[in-house]
Design a protein around this ligand. Structure first.
Ligand code: DLL
Length: 434
């Protein structure tokens, strides 16, 4: 399997040397060009010159989304407007979005890292890639497009929505690579079957490159099964670059980080202490080649662990394990901490259940409670009390034994829950509703 860049298979010492040089440049850039950062460094009692090795990174301040919000829209930019060639923004659920900017060189780096991820996933110049992320302020679509074109793949910029038309184009253009969120990819597959197209027989898909939202191994299995593809996932975030921070190779041993452009750490989200490799905690990323919007030790709120053991693909870069959730989406149900991803893992592993579910969090007295609407795979099941009972009991039993939680379960008709065309909203918080 081809490796796109020789930067992906350097020795650990070589990678660290590049990281240190670029980190120092980045520290000076923010200190000299971004007054807000200079003040953060002063408040923390640290100067760029105090950082003598990567091991000193813990001395540096952490950056949060709140810092970006306070500086809306361009306050953290380290380059003047005439050097910014692109803007994107992440859709904040409340208030103003988080704005990010790119210089020409930032776009070049972005293109390069996506070229690496696409190559890792198996895509080549022979492939035709259909992008179902929305083209717009969201970073997903543009990011993938640039990198896929760089490796010579043919890009179909479908954008999101128009689900039936997506299938028609997929068939007529002989799309081999599907790009989007895992939840939308499943919705697309469902629509294909509905209109009488069997993706495995009637389409030409080989690869699925998914990202932008969490998904479990069970979800990967469903995607592979529905489409007859080899699904990989990739990770990124608007503030850090967009997609392109890390991606899975075909060995599926975690997502290889483009470490000559990003330094990853794991911290304990409570104490903020850096944790040793292998520990589960919050992912902190420092982009080290960004010109327009350099960020120092950015708190992603994503929960995972790092692994730099060798990978059979030949890349030597550290890998991010599949995310277990975000620090802000953890639910506490009857005193038990649970992530929506764990609930998904249980549900999608049960036969007879469709791929869609909705978790509602409610308040019962002083306690939080969850109710889960779960689609059955086949509506005939809803006519048989015995089968329904058996399915209900299996879900309840697994949620209790595997996760230790009790949940209200409602088995509902196939395709009755709302589908998303981008990132699925799996949890609805009804705690403050009267
Ligand atoms: O979602 C960037 C992206 C687009 C990545 C397309 C991959 C593909 P944001 O909208 O800023 O950027 O959302 C970033 O999405 O902090 C994670 O919580 C989540 N996320 C992204 N990729 C994954 C993944 C883009 N592979 C937020 N697994 C991140 C789990 C993911 N969560």
């Amino acid at each position: 399997m081809k490796i796109w860049s020789d930067k992906e298979s350097l020795s650990r010492d070589e990678i660290k040397a590049i990281q240190f040089t670029r980190l120092k440049e980045t520290l000076h850039r923010v200190y000299d060009k971004v007054p807000y950062y200079k003040q953060m460094f002063i408040d923390k009692g640290v100067h760029p010159d105090d950082i003598k090795s990567l091991d000193d990174m813990h001395l540096l301040p952490l950056t949060t989304k709140e810092d970006l919000r306070k500086n809306y829209p361009f306050g953290l930019f380290a380059k003047p407007k005439n050097e910014i060639v692109r803007y994107h923004a992440s859709s904040g659920t409340t208030g103003k979005p988080t704005v990010v900017g790119y210089t020409k060189n930032d776009i070049e780096v972005w293109t390069e890292v996506i070229a690496r991820l696409a190559t890792m996933a198996g895509v080549t110049a022979e492939d035709t890639a259909q992008i179902t992320f929305g083209f717009g302020l969201f970073t997903g679509a543009f990011g993938l497009q640039q990198g896929l074109e760089r490796i010579g793949a043919g890009v179909i910029p479908m954008s999101s929505g128009n689900t039936q038309k997506q299938i028609m184009i997929m068939q007529d253009f002989q799309t081999t690579t599907l790009i989007g969120t895992p939840s939308y990819a499943l919705h697309l597959a469902e629509t294909a079957y509905d209109i009488g197209i069997d993706p495995k027989k009637d389409l030409f898909l080989k690869y699925g490159l998914f990202g932008g939202e969490g998904s479990t191994e069970e979800m990967r299995n469903k995607l592979n099964e529905a489409w007859g593809i080899f699904a990989t996932e990739n990770y990124g975030m608007s503030e850090l670059i967009g997609p392109g921070v890390a991606g899975e190779c075909q060995a599926l041993t975690g997502m290889h980080i483009c470490e000559d452009h990003f330094i990853a750490e794991i911290i304990d989200p409570e104490t903020l202490e850096v944790l040793p490799e292998g520990s589960v905690g919050e992912l902190i990323i420092t982009p080290i080649s960004k010109e327009a919007l350099p960020l120092i030790r950015y708190r992603t709120k994503d929960i995972t662990r790092l692994d730099s053991s060798p990978c059979s693909c030949g890349r030597t870069t550290t890998r991010i394990a599949k995310l277990s959730g975000r620090t802000d989406d953890m639910l506490i149900i009857g005193g038990v901490n649970v992530f929506p991803s764990q609930i998904e893992g249980v549900l999608l592993g049960i036969e007879g259940i469709g791929s869609n579910y909705q978790i509602r969090v409610l308040k019962k007295g002083y306690l939080d409670k969850i109710e889960i609407d779960v689609e059955v795979a086949n509506s005939d099941l809803l006519d048989s009390v015995t089968l329904l009972d058996a399915l209900y009991n299996e879900i309840a039993h697994k949620l209790t034994t595997v996760l230790g939680i009790h949940a209200g379960i409602h088995l509902v008709e196939p395709k009755s829950l709302t589908r998303s065309e981008g990132k699925a909203k799996r949890v609805i918080d009804q705690r403050n509703e009267k």
